[in-house]
Structure formats: structure tokens, C-alpha cells
Design a protein around this ligand. Structure first.
Ligand SMILES: *Cc1c(COP(=O)(O)O)cnc(C)c1O
Length: 231
């Protein structure tokens, strides 16, 4: 494995400090308080020593793409760090809804009726009610998860009113080859119309833009940990 990363605790801490500074600066430019913006450290595929180094910096909010990988990585660490906040940011299959409710504090990828139904049951069964974000396919990309733009507002209302689901925000992943700004602006407008207050938008390459356009959380992986090594 080539070592492109900040492996030492100091290197990880410096990377995190830099990202937090850039978030604060972007927030200030937009006339926002940086208290209103959570840094979600995307830890998928990262080796244990980098996760532990990140925990040592005081970082407590982490994002994961896959339920099983997250269980393996976080089940024990959860006990050691009771103030952890774990977020699912990858697609969720209905047969994993119960495991996801048991582990995560926020599920950012609610994107269909069938999954909403599975989450209702999973919440009853586990007694846990993670906060939910609806993922919106703002670029209308056929291969990408997420609800169509035109369905998003009604879906949020339906989930809250008819299913009593704790939907609190929206999330999007803009098409890689397009400028992100119009997608972030659209998501922000949809959130207003759907009356939700949380906006998950912005990754390593565009989190400052996300902050300027109203993100309440940004999902940063490689800029914090270094490039991911393929498993
Ligand atoms: C991997 C991933 C990220 C982090 O990507 P980076 O470019 O490494 O910051 C953010 N959001 C989602 C949904 C991801 O899958």
C-alpha cells in the first residue's frame, strides 16, 4: 500500500484542523455561523489506525457507505465513545433497514416508498428513531440513487404526515462532471418547500461551496484521511 496519507495523529489532526478552518471561512463569507455546520468524516474503507487517529482529534461524527462495513468498524468503538454520531450516506436495502436503525443516528439515503415502509417497521422493532434525510437525484442520473426532484417535496410530506417518520433533511450528490452550485441551490430550495432544515451537501472537492449555499453538514473523506485504498 502506498502511503499518501497523513498516517500520524498529527497529520490527521492537521488535515482536520485545515478543513474546519476552511468551513469556518466559507461560513463567514456567507454570513453564517460555523456552529451551524457539522463536519462528517467519511471513514469508509479507511484502515483502523486512521479511524483511531481521527477519534483522537475529537472528531465524533462519521459517515459510512455500507451497513455491514460500518457494523464491523463501529460496534465496539460505539461503547468506547458514547458521544459518537454515525451517519449512513450510502444506499440502503430494505433487508438491512433494521441493522441500519440499530447502528446509525442519521440515515441520509431514504429515497423510496418501500424503504420508508421498511424503516417504519425497523424503528418499531429496534425502538430507535434515527433522523432521516431524503436523498434527491438532483442531476436526474439514471444510475444514481435518489428521488426525482419533482417527487421530493410530496414524499417528505407523506413520510412525515402519513408514516410519522422523523425526516429532517435532504441530501444530494451532484453529477461529477457538472458544476455543483446549481444542484446545491436546488436542494436548498427544495428543503425550504418541504419544510426541512437539514442539508447534507458538499464533499472533499466542493464542501466550501456547499457551506456557502446553506449546507448544515458536509461529507468529507479523502481531504481528511487521504485517498481511499481500494479494498
Ligand atoms: C465517499 C463519499 C463521500 C466522501 O467523498 P470524498 O470525495 O472522499 O470527500 C461523500 N459522500 C458520499 C455519499 C460518499 O459516498
Amino acid at each position: 500500500m502506498t502511503d499518501l496519507y497523513p498516517t500520524s495523529i498529527d497529520g490527521i489532526a492537521a488535515a482536520r484542523a485545515e478543513i474546519l478552518t476552511r468551513i469556518a471561512k466559507a461560513a463567514k463569507q456567507a454570513g453564517r455561523s460555523d456552529d451551524a455546520i457539522d463536519l462528517v468524516a467519511v471513514s469508509k474503507v479507511q484502515p483502523d489506525e486512521r479511524i483511531d487517529a481521527m477519534l483522537a482529534t475529537g472528531q465524533r461524527i462519521f459517515g459510512e457507505n455500507r451497513v455491514q462495513e460500518a457494523q464491523a468498524r463501529w460496534s465496539d468503538r460505539r461503547t468506547a465513545y458514547p458521544d459518537l454520531e454515525l451517519r449512513l450516506i450510502g444506499p440502503l436495502q430494505t433487508n438491512k433497514a433494521e441493522d441500519a436503525c440499530a447502528l446509525f443516528d442519521v440515515i441520509e439515503t431514504l429515497d423510496r416508498e418501500k424503504l420508508a415502509g421498511a424503516l417504519v417497521k425497523a424503528m418499531e422493532k429496534t425502538g430507535r428513531r434515527p433522523s432521516l434525510y431524503v436523498q434527491v437525484n438532483t442531476g436526474d442520473e439514471p444510475q444514481k440513487a435518489g428521488l426525482a426532484v419533482g417527487e421530493c417535496v410530496d414524499f417528505v410530506r407523506h413520510c412525515r404526515r402519513d408514516l410519522d417518520l422523523p425526516v429532517e433533511g435532504l441530501m444530494c450528490i451532484p453529477p461529477v462532471q457538472e458544476p455543483a452550485a446549481p444542484h446545491f441551490a436546488l436542494l436548498s430550495k427544495l428543503a425550504e418547500r418541504a419544510a426541512v432544515t437539514k442539508l447534507s451537501m458538499g464533499m472533499s472537492s466542493d464542501f466550501e461551496l456547499g457551506v456557502r449555499l446553506g449546507a448544515t453538514s458536509v461529507r468529507v473523506g479523502s481531504a481528511l484521511f487521504g485517498e481511499r485504498v481500494k479494498a
